[in-house]
Design a protein around this ligand. Sequence first.
Ligand SMILES: [Zn+2]
Length: 428
Amino acid sequence: MNKFQLLWLFSFLSISMIAQVPASTVEKKYLKEMDDLAKHRKIKKAFNEIVKLESQTQKDHIYLTEIPAPPFDEMDRAIAFKAMLEKEQFDKVWIDEVGNVLALWKGKTAAKTIAIDGHLDTVFPRETDVKVKIKNDTLFAPGIGDDTRALAMLLTIKRSLDKAKIQLQNDVLFIGTVGEEGIGDLRGVKHLFREDGPKIDSWISIDGGRIGRVNNKGLGSKRYKITYIGPGGHSWGAFGLVNPHHALGTAIDRFMNLADDYTKDGARTSYNVGMIGGGTSVNSIPFESWMQIDMRSESPQRLNEIEALLMTAVQEALDDQNGRKRLGDDLTVKIEKIGDRPSGELPDDLELIQRAMAATAHFGQVPRLTRGSTNSNIPISMNIPAVTIGRGGVGAYGHSLNEWWLNKEGYKAIQLALLLLVSEAGLH
Ligand SMILES: [Zn+2]
């Protein structure tokens, strides 16, 4: 493996894609549909425009990357993205109650609504230096790939469709979502798919590495913050009080033993205590002790089961610590759910999935059906057609300060997304 391949592997692993399943077959009629569509005079023109717009796409990409968009603080970038969309030919552009940016492009018959999305948020705190540095054509900046590239792609897709004078049958929503990453817990997409949300019949997310990704399975996760709370006191003078740290240690130990056994077989399931904290000094009995836990599973049922193991361990540790108490008040525990992403799967033969695979094949890539944790999790869990495709180019070190992205045939990912969108929305 040379250095380049190694970086490929890194970029491949750094995105939230977890498991790869072998690509299943693409039906011939979808391969033909894509090839025919790509041969259409207007689509050819749009493809050409994408290439002509390369420098504008890069300008947009850098401009948006340099606007910080930390979790729960995406508004600056949302306002900028909205202003850019307003310069294009949309019927309506707005920011919704939670901060998602939406641009509606009405179709001729408007029987269905197709949504295409990139997420606005990054994992980086506001003070992070997000200035883009260019070295030998490679763009370096936190968030440059994940997922700012997708936002620039959305703008270029609309511009090239307009330049090619393409009209679509169905309505299309171009969306910049908030809260995709980490503790954002998919809050933007959850809001869109709320009961009285906008009608969305088909969902295309652009998020993830190279082209070829066809993510049709959602990896579910549950996250908790567990806090043990006691009176706290002097380590010598108040000895005998309940100790929250001791309880936390017991809880971790019990949970690890239960969960370790549980995850040895069955549908793939994982658990991780990612953060612990609390305490004031070495000679103080702490008044609180907390941990954050992430659990994931391919199976919704097993996710519930490992969650139940955690609750058992937390309760047993509480009882154990209270049983050791020699003086003072009881230990209590606060259990907060800080993340809940549903899992689910869409069948490989679903039209949208077939089209995404056929479009991938059209660009000479072998489609890879994947399971991931992206905005598509929500529609997938509701059985609404949804797919996450790659942003193209090459890049690595997502979610780190060293993130980079290189425009190596990046236009192809834009063309692929456009082709998939047009096939779903229907050429008028
Ligand atoms: Zn992302």
